[in-house]
Design a protein around this ligand. Structure first.
Ligand SMILES: [Fe+2]
Length: 286
């Protein structure tokens, strides 16, 4: 695979590539964006080091992938409702989403992809892992693939509260609504998505179930669904499907929420970490 405007260095066999030769704070030509978009589709997650992004330039880049989404509960900085400033303070021990997941699949149209720009990073720890869900699907047996392809699952945020220290979350962030109220509201919404989705750009099939929001298979009880879902969660994060990114100040990452899961590792207690997140709207999975 050759690129005319950028250098693309894979960081693992399954997914993830660092991109060199581009300054994202400047407007990109169509040729540059086409190369970056192709690297994004080919690798599932792309990394850029030493960028100098303000809210406007991060938003302008992500908007080339799709319309931006405002977070339903966190208030953005003044004039930038589409930016979510993710802060973990040294005294906080719980982390938002400290598990393998796909963002916001309790929505009918979950995000296409999310971007993070590193403002402040701990001296060690706080890496993010990614896992290729095309490979997760393709490595299942033909029998299980045939059964799952065509099945649907119910997604909901109802099991999620336990993982988050809502008190600390509310105290430290300007909220549109209290975290617990938003999650209670989200928990009432049940959305069906295919268990195996077809990526709208690549046409490839990816496994699309994950720990926090997939509740049960449509037409199956929760008890019947649980053993198979747990098998699939464990399978989906096998080390050979993953890559691991070590953050540095100024690093910028964008992942494809339609074909990778991610895992923010909560191993940096006592240090502050600050990231700006901007998210692009996706389509209805099919
Ligand atoms: Fe996430």
């Amino acid at each position: 695979m050759s690129y005319s405007t950028i250098k693309v260095n894979k960081i693992a066999g399954a997914c993830g590539a660092e991109i060199e030769g581009v300054d994202l704070s400047k407007g990109l030509s169509n040729a540059q964006f086409d190369d970056i978009h192709r690297a994004f589709l080919d690798n599932g997650v792309i990394f850029f080091r030493d960028q100098n992004l303000d809210y406007d330039s991060q938003k302008a880049f992500v908007r080339r992938f799709g319309p931006l989404i405002e977070d339903p509960f966190v208030v953005g900085p003044p004039g930038h409702p589409e930016v979510m400033v993710l802060i973990k303070e040294p005294a906080e021990t719980k982390n938002f989403a400290n598990m393998w997941h796909t963002d916001s699949t309790f929505l009918e149209r979950p995000p296409l992809g999310s971007s993070l720009y590193a403002i402040e990073v701990p001296p060690y720890g706080g890496d993010t892992m990614f896992s290729n869900q095309y490979m997760a699907f393709e490595t299942l047996s033909p029998g299980l693939r045939a059964m799952l392809d065509g099945m649907k699952a119910v997604h909901s945020a109802r099991g999620y509260n336990d993982e988050v220290d809502a008190g600390s979350y509310n105290a430290n962030r300007p909220m549109k609504l209290r975290f617990d109220d938003v999650m209670a509201k989200a928990a009432k919404s049940l959305v069906e998505h295919p268990v195996v989705r077809t990526h709208p750009d690549t046409g490839r099939k990816a496994l699309y179930v994950h720990t926090p929001y997939t509740d049960h298979f449509v037409g199956w009880t929760e008890a019947e669904s649980k053993p198979l879902l747990e098998y699939l969660y464990a399978h989906a994060s096998r080390p050979e499907f993953t890559c691991r990114f070590r953050w540095t100040k100024g690093a910028f990452v964008m992942w494809d929420n339609r074909c990778v899961q991610h895992y923010p590792i909560n191993d940096y207690h006592g240090f502050r970490r600050v990231m700006n997140r901007v998210t692009a709207q996706g389509d209805r999975p099919s």
